[in-house]
Design a protein around this ligand. Structure first.
Ligand code: F3S
Length: 108
């Protein structure tokens, strides 16, 4: 499965969700997650993300490996919150795109 990682937090550009052929994206307040059960590893979303937040699970950078479990857990929690189109990014997304260590800001 593909994994959404830290750069997405407080950005949520949502370009990724519109191209997913199986509607695997789920939406939280300031992050999207991919349901690993739905994901068919098609790779379409990766190049859509302007902050390069999405990786195949075997290529997630080491510092973000905990996002693999996080995507799975949040996909279950946000099971009913399917997103399959692009909406406006969060306010100040472009500023947040530059920032690191955002995990504490993730809202569930
Ligand atoms: Fe997040 Fe990138 Fe999608 S910022 S919502 S993973 S386009």
């Amino acid at each position: 499965a593909y994994i959404v990682t830290e750069p997405c937090i407080n950005c949520k550009y949502t370009n990724c969700a519109a191209v997913c052929p199986v509607d695997a994206f789920r939406e939280g307040p300031n992050f999207l997650t991919i349901d690993p059960i739905e994901c068919i590893d098609c790779d379409a979303c990766v190049s859509e993300c302007p902050v390069e937040a999405i990786f195949p699970d075997d290529e997630v950078p080491e510092e973000w490996e905990h996002y693999i479990e996080l995507n799975e857990r949040l996909a279950e929690k946000w099971e009913d919150r399917v997103i399959n189109e692009t909406f406006d990014a969060l306010p100040d997304a472009d500023e947040w795109a530059e920032k690191t260590d955002k995990l504490d800001l993730l809202q569930e």
